[in-house]
Design a protein around this ligand. Structure first.
Ligand code: ARG
Length: 600
């Protein structure tokens, strides 16, 4: 509970300087070091800050802890919050929140749509500055592969958390829609579908991935084709209308395919591809030149990185302009950083820019981030972060492939998840002797199948590689989407059986006595701190672990403590806990981009 925790920190900050006046005079930083208790029997929190004071104060840490506790006990605001603090071990201070404060906190969250999560304000209370999340970002005319799926799912979850915290989020799809590959694609298009370039209507170019392969095969085999393709790049860059039309057609076709995936997964994105930054590339070079960062090396213009060297011990360059005058992926990313931080109307005026890509691009981002900093493009306090993730592997630990050895198409992967969820559901209905109509089956299978794919990805620590397994992600037990969805369904069932899970609740009617109830209360009150942590560290798996833990604590409570058949004085409190658990799971899963079900 952050609200309670903040009050606790304030009380400790009052107590420490009093207790350690001489340390403060000596300039020793005073940090209460408040942390969640390592075991439930130690209470809710422990403050470890007395220990590092022992040396500067030349006193035993227990004596310092005792002095702090005396200060705390004399503070009425603290006494309101906690019972008597206990000193443990060499000088840890164990703190236990008062039960009535915990119950009041639960009551406060019932019916609060934000469940205690504060909405952030901008600097000085003004409008908050935008946060850019650059995610998904597939390449035109190429396959959107599982790596892009990971970026899409993780980026969307981070964007949702940031949005919920009140930041205006720019969800940017930095699609690869520019570059020399368009030379061969346009050349091929002009030859195989010339009619496409003269009609005003949208045309269907068929399977673009196959189209890309054909173009590539011709490019590799045919020198004349190669020469034409190179000329085509120049024409496109020079703004030739027919080339631009062909380019537009290719982009449009890819866009339609990508959109199908986004629609299925309920992902909102604004396309702002590499081509958007074309007009700003010259400015990047000019800025770097003016900052004295550019060096010409073998005809290419580059910036040599500080503190990064290659195998030969030489400093590594970021190439900004190639020998032939062309720009590259890094130049575009530099232009993008400059644009995103620049104040409007010339730019986005962002304070934080986040990139979600595979870990293989870590050194690319480290390089361009360093150049951007040295160029002075980052405003004070700005954050520029790469959010890397590992590879998606098959059950065998190798790169995910179909049985025939081909790359897995995302559409097929999502279809299979839904089909398997449907088969599981039909089996379960059969076992339970339940009759459900086809619309119900289709809806549950789709929700569960897609939730399983998303959750499996999000629940991993994103940095590690992740083994894709339909069996594991669809299991009803374990840290899976079906397990969490089922907890929500269980609670919805309580309402169907006559438990009142709505309406206003008086704090005084919440009476908790069982340890399972207190365990659930304490778990529920962690939600806001977890959301704040995800906002800070950009690790959605923290939220997943929390929701899993919450479901387990809830299930233990619900299996061991009567709710509908509870004594009249215990019933409102227990129903309130059920309700707050469901609300927390719904909101938490919603922040991960996962909708819940009332029945499944
Ligand atoms: N299109 C790139 C790829 O498929 C990802 C782009 C990531 N975003 C960026 N600003 N570089 O690998």
């Amino acid at each position: 509970a952050q609200a309670l925790e903040a009050q606790l920190v304030a009380a400790l900050e009052r107590a420490f300087p009093e207790a350690a006046a001489s340390a403060r005079e000596a300039g020793t930083p005073l940090d209460p070091q408040l942390a969640p208790a390592s075991k439930p029997e130690f209470g809710d929190f422990q403050a470890n800050g007395a220990l590092p004071l022992a040396r500067p104060l030349k006193q035993p840490p227990r004596a310092i802890a005792t002095a702090i506790v005396e200060q705390l006990k004399a503070d009425p605001a603290f006494a309101d919050l906690c019972g008597e603090p206990q000193i443990a071990g060499p000088g840890f201070i164990n703190l236990t929140l008062r039960p009535e404060r915990l119950a009041a906190e639960v009551a406060g969250r019932l019916g609060d749509p934000r469940l205690g999560v504060p909405s952030s304000e901008g600097p000085g209370g003004g409008a908050p500055a935008p946060v850019v999340v650059d995610f998904s970002s597939p390449n035109i005319a190429k396959e959107m592969h599982v790596g892009h799926l990971r970026s899409t799912i993780i980026g969307d979850a981070l964007a949702r958390v940031l949005e919920f915290r009140g930041h205006p989020v720019l969800r940017l799809n930095h699609v690869g829609d520019w570059g020399t590959q368009f030379g061969m694609l346009i050349t091929h298009l002009k030859q195989v579908a010339p009619e496409a370039l003269t009609t005003a209507d949208a045309v269907d170019l068929g399977d673009l991935v196959a189209f890309y392969r054909q173009a590539k095969a011709r490019f590799d085999a045919d020198e004349t084709f190669q020469a034409t393709s190179r000329e085509e790049v120049v024409k496109l860059q020079g703004g030739d209308p027919v080339s631009l039309k062909a380019w537009g057609l290719l982009c449009e076709q890819s866009r339609r395919e990508f959109q199908k995936i986004y629609d299925r997964l309920d992902i909102r994105l604004n396309e702002r591809g590499e081509s958007f930054y074309n007009p700003y590339l010259e400015g990047v070079v000019a800025d770097l030149e003016a900052a004295g960062l550019l060096v010409t090396d073998a005809g290419a213009r580059c910036v040599f990185l500080e503190g990064v060297s290659g195998k030969d011990g030489q400093a590594l360059p970021v190439i900004v302009q190639k020998r032939d005058g062309g720009f590259n992926y890094a130049t575009t990313d530099l232009a993008a950083i400059r644009y995103r931080f620049a104040p409007p109307p010339e730019g986005d005026g962002a304070r934080r820019v986040i990139y979600v890509t595979d870990a293989g691009q870590a050194s690319h981002f480290a390089g361009v981030f360093q150049v951007a900093r040295r160029a002075g493009w980052l405003p004070q306090g700005a954050r520029l972060e790469h959010v890397p993730f590992g590879l998606v592997q098959g059950d065998d630990g190798k790169k995910l492939k179909t049985r025939a050895g081909d790359t897995v198409r995302l559409r097929d992967l999502l279809d299979e998840a839904v089909e398997r969820a449907e088969a599981d559901l039909r089996r379960r209905l059969e076992e339970e002797g339940r009759q459900e109509d086809e619309a119900f089956i289709a809806q549950v299978a789709t929700t569960v199948g897609l939730a399983a794919v998303k959750y499996a990805d999000l629940s991993q620590n994103r940095i590690t590689n992740y083994q894709f397994s339909f069996d594991r992600m669809l299991a009803l037990q374990g840290n899976t989407a079906p397990y969490l969805l089922y907890a929500v369904v269980r609670i919805a069932g309580i309402a169907r059986k006559g438990g009142d899970l709505e309406g206003s609740v008086e704090a005084s009617s919440l009476q908790f006595s069982e340890p399972q109830e207190w365990a659930l209360v304490r778990e529920l009150l962690k939600f806001d701190a977890v959301v704040a942590e995800v906002e800070e560290e950009l690790l959605p798996n923290r939220l997943c672990s929390y929701l899993f833990e919450l479901s387990q604590v809830f299930n233990r409570f619900y299996d061991q403590v009567p709710v509908l058949k509870a004594q009249p004085e215990a019933r409102p409190g227990r129903l309130a806990l059920c309700r707050l658990t469901a609300d927390t799971l719904r909101l938490g899963l919603g922040l991960l981009g996962i909708p819940t079900l009332e029945r499944m």
